[in-house]
Design a protein around this ligand. Sequence first.
Ligand code: UN1
Length: 542
Amino acid sequence: MTHVLETGFEYMEANNPNGSPKVRGYNIINGKLTLASDGGTYESTNPAWLDDCLGEFPLSTKEDVHEALRAARSAFPDWAATPAPTRGQVIGNMGRLLMEHKEDLVRLQAREIGKTLKECGGEIQEAIDTCLFFQSEGRRLYGQTVNSELPNKELFTYRRPLGVCGIINSCNFPSAVPFWKMIPAIMCGNTCVWKSPQDSPLLSFALARVMHEAGLPDGVINLVHGNGSGAGQALVDSADLGMVDKISFTGSTAVGKMIGETCGRNLVSASLELGGKNPLVIMPSANMENAVEGAYWAGFGTAGQRCTSLGNLIIHEDIYDEFVERLMEKVKSTSIGDSMRHDGVLYGPMLSERYAVDFMKGVDMCENSGAKKIWGEGRITNDNKPDSFHGDASEGIYIWPHVYVDVTEDMECFHEEIFGPLVTIVKARDFDHALHLANASPYGLSSAIYTNDRLEAYRYKTGIKAGMTGINNSTTGAEAHLPFGGVKGSGNGTRESGIWVIEAYSYWHAVNDELSGKLQLAQMDVDEIEMEEADADYGSLA
Ligand code: UN1
């Protein structure tokens, strides 16, 4: 078996229309390139240009996942014993390598998932920011010294790693999100098995290779490709077998609940970052131009394929007509296409065909709910395309921007996340009604309000039940050093990013050191200080 750093990329015969190469992709287990144990493979294709095949990847089996878990288990003791500042150095090297290869990785990511070059640039930057943040966190990873209630005794707390972490992320943020998870995981001394997203295996492979180039010891991060029902399920089920100590998952609420159940019955730690139906409220005092721009970006940037994308746009009735009119001007002129071939597009294709199929179910849901469509015609084809679509629509998986109005709280489409370029608009009578509507969905991930009334902004941020809130900003665009995550149906309360994520990848170890040379019993051998009896009239002092 070849070590990942002993060789470059292995190219296969390809007849891609853009002349781009096709790669033989591998799992990376204990630093070695491996194929699926049963020889199964699948292809990764460019959703903006389906004839462009990026490569062939192992469709990993349960056995492959178990092998990766065993590799992570045997690498754990040495990695956990490596000083945290040294672990931080490796992470810093990863950040520097990402900077060096940023442009290439941005193009690779755009090619594999169709996200615009600009957004891919932002995302690789988020991965870099995460590395740079956690490089120095390796020099902290503080514990505490705590005073004992007994003399000649010391108390301490230490952060300890959990062990082997199973990492499952979605392909909409295929570089930032796995870095959000694995960088703090390894900084704390854990080892990982990374089930790469089915639709972004080449990028995952390139990123895992960069991690090894940075000086990561073999077995600390093991990469397995495959699908959710195969490799993903095997990774989660390994909790039943005692092979994993943590599962970190970003994806749908339905899958997250199943993972939470498996982890729960095994007392395995779970970080679950799930769906959102993120509300954005527009109040009459808002700066209209700014608010229109924010709502438009939140709804249609990334083709609406962020967990933080706008769901319900809640507009105060006094400005409703004006706002919708101004928003629709933008929506109708949305520039869509492959950003690798056309400049200035707002969004590209859906991440893959599966996402388009699911999205169209969301459109049906809006129709069946009785919401009124004011824009959007489903899939973009050469016979059915908006004016500012660029290129040949038959080449990729493109979707119109969709807007539904007259949405009310009793409709299913008010409550359910629709992952893609679709916004449901709700009219609010006043601030209290708007806040009520913003809280009425089963999710609580991101949220936002546009207002220039400081009291409204205050009441919104204190009254909303969500993990994240933007004031005069869109629902998306969290920074890499603030806690990211949700409440209600959006997760189990764990957080990614910043210092807060450390809680998710370490446990607190309390140590007491008895120096007195005798057994002193806590609570029982503690000196009791009695209060003195003394008379004084404190009331006479004032
Ligand atoms: C996601 O969609 O899973 O805040 C992550 C944002 C990005 C991360 C989104 N920084 O929109």
